[in-house]
Design a protein around this ligand. Structure first.
Ligand code: HEC
Length: 369
């Protein structure tokens, strides 16, 4: 059913002259579909799966994959999800009515025509250029091609994934996170040969440590690096300074702290850094943000709050409430003429604030004591 549906759509699009393929307008044709079926969960209010479909940057470059690949509907995760069988766990809209054939055809046509987003918000073409520039690496020489083939075989033999990202680029994506616990610093020897072509590397949940990053550092075309939940710490990040083209770095759940962030300051291409559940402080993040003003630094809601040393509290001048003569409660006090006066309760504090003059004789007494 899925394959048939896609065939129908592809056939429909192929019969549309190229000129018309670009005529789908986002605001009047595409947005109403997304609004009706998707924004409920992927809009301004809720972002299920951390996805917003009303933001072009998110829609184009979410996570590891391209949700929208301008000109390539068949590579676009968004359309794949919407064309699955309804009972597929990945099917979208989740728990909703499937998009109609004509809605799917509109999305298909829109993506095929370059997924143009409204003017001023970076059109699809610009975004595609940015997206594709990740894979813009020099052609490989024959010996480099041979080394690449050998490395791909070695990664696969170790149980990892190694793939060309697209047919028209030698750029490679390696994912070792799936066999996480079997991967350590030595496993990274398999990457040798990919120095001229590795652009995405996922080492999340592996046993890779600071030392291993020395091996990673020689892959200077890297754009995305996942190190979540690894043993990597501050010293390891020192190795990453050679990765000048790095755009995405995930350090979630590592022991990285402020000292580690210092090593990232010169990675001017960084667009996104994940620091959930790390040891960084507000001050460290602020410093990195100042060095990389355009980078989105995500510390998550689990970031440890910065604990300020408690200020030495001045002591009130009185032990009994000037109004009731009862013992004072430390939480109800007011500064009056440079001195802290305490009360037994909030009501008395309020009475005092209303008419301080009335109680001044009492205050004078306190001062004498
Ligand atoms: C009732 C809520 C709901 C609706 C409506 C919904 N989604 Fe989702 N969507 C989710 C949830 C939850 C996830 C995260 C879990 C998952 O990936 O399946 C998700 C994930 C996705 C992802 C994967 C994101 C990623 O990072 O890979 C895509 C693409 C997506 N939705 C597209 C759509 C589209 C297109 C529509 C409208 C046709 C839509 N969704 C409507 C709940 C919804």
């Amino acid at each position: 059913m899925k394959a048939q549906l896609i065939l129908v759509i592809v056939a429909a699009v192929l019969t549309v002259p190229a000129l018309h393929a670009q005529d789908v307008d986002f605001d009047t044709e595409v947005k109403p579909i997304l609004k009706a079926s998707c924004y409920k969960c992927h809009g301004a209010k809720r972002q299920r799966g951390k996805l917003r479909l009303d933001h072009w940057s998110d829609a184009f470059t979410k996570g590891d994959h391209a949700l929208l690949v301008p000109g390539k509907p068949e590579k676009s995760e968004l359309l794949r999800r919407a064309t699955l069988e309804e009972d597929d766990p990945d099917f979208m809209p989740k728990d909703g009515e499937p998009l109609t054939k004509s809605q799917l055809a509109t999305l298909q046509k829109w993506i095929a025509g370059g997924a143009k987003w409204p003017a001023g918000k970076a059109a699809g073409a610009e975004s595609e250029a940015r997206w594709r520039s990740q894979f813009a690496i020099p052609e490989l020489t024959e010996p480099q091609k041979a080394a690449q083939a050998k490395a791909i075989a070695a990664v696969r033999k170790a149980g990892g994934l190694a793939n060309r990202i697209a047919a028209d680029t030698p750029a490679i994506d390696v994912n070792l996170s799936l066999i996480g616990k079997d991967v350590n610093d030595d496993t990274l020897a398999a990457l040798s040969g990919l120095e001229t072509s590795l652009v995405w590397l996922n080492l999340s949940r592996t046993k890779v440590s600071d030392g291993g990053l020395g091996r990673v550092a020689t892959h200077t075309h890297l754009r995305r690096l996942h190190l979540a939940r690894t043993g990597v710490g501050d010293a390891g990040l020192g190795h990453l300074q050679s990765l000048k083209g790095l755009r995405y770095l995930n350090l979630y759940g590592t022991s990285v702290g402020d000292a580690g962030l210092e090593h990232l300051q010169d990675l001017k291409e960084l667009e996104k850094v994940f620091l959930w559940q790390t040891k960084v402080t507000d001050a460290g993040v602020k410093k990195l943000q100042a060095a990389l003003p355009d980078c989105a630094i995500d510390v998550g809601k689990y970031a440890k709050p910065v604990v300020h040393a408690p200020k030495a509290m001045p002591k009130p001048i009185n032990a009994t409430c000037p109004i009731t003569n009862k013992a004072v409660d430390g939480t109800c006090s007011v500064e009056h003429q440079g001195q802290l006066i305490a009360f037994c309760c909030g009501n008395c504090l309020a009475s005092f604030k209303k008419e301080p003059g009335k109680w001044l004789p009492k205050i004078e007494e306190f001062k004498k004591k």
